[in-house]
Design a protein around this ligand. Sequence first.
Ligand code: F6P
Length: 319
Amino acid sequence: MKTIAVLTSGGDAPGMNAAVRAVVRSGIYNGCKVFGVNRGYRGLIDGDLFEMDLSSVGDIIHRGGTILKSARCLEFKTEEGRAKALNVLKVFGIDGLVVIGGDGSFQGAQKVSEMGFPAIGIPGTIDNDLAYTDYTIGFDTTLNTVIDAISKIRDTSSSHERVSIIEVMGRHCGDIALYSGLAGGAEVIIIPEAEYNEDEICKKLIQSKNRGKKHSIIMLAEGVGGAQELSEKIKEKTGIESRATILGHIQRGGSPSAFDRIIASQMGAKAVELLLEGKSSRVVGIKNNEIIDMDIHEALAIERKLNTDIYKLVDVLSI
Ligand code: F6P
């Protein structure tokens, strides 16, 4: 293995830069050449690659976003698109590809390895929606951003004795809502993985008010959606004033937390190690506090399960 390419793909996540830095620095440390690909698979198809040196990743470990830029590329989903990308990899003399992204990006890496080209995936997404790993890079930073927002909303919610509905990202995965809800002391969690009953929620809000609570927080995942509508229904059914806040892309920015920088650094180095060992079609992750790697097909086949203990705990702690 002599020449590695690295790209970031899909929604960006804080800590992607730390992972890019780790791939570049550990690659060069081990005698490799490392190329950066701009704009994910789009850049791969377009041949938008450049050689990186030690200083091209200087001063980025603390920066959110990705210096390589990111994109969602439909053309890469076609055979023709992938053939173009593979040709670019050959022309640039690349021997192995590191893909930093979420499940869509991993499906791309899977296809690349099925075409006989060594590819390794690093989980970079705020959603934490990859079941084979306990954490994805970016999730921890996003939780911290969200709980900061919850604390601010709490202040005004309590002054006005309102119900505050806070909609966070996560189309199919409610982990951001669930874990920030636990950490932020929310009363109710509404996520795609669990059924919910509006009347039960309203009953809980009324009981909370009657026992002296000044306000309530509802964490709502984007995949369920309809924050404004829900807010109006709650007002109508309970008589309690309610407001909706959609946090949006603020959740994807910001300086990565220490945890995200640490796992990104470890995972980046592990991806290079795997390529140097001649491995392909693997993803790296963290399980029970250890950096692991796994076959990409196996990893993508693992079904996500809701952490029902946490889900119930939010309910118990918010009586
Ligand atoms: O996958 C990360 C994510 O932030 C999701 O939580 C969200 O649904 C989506 O990306 C938003 O994508 P975009 O920035 O392209 O609108």
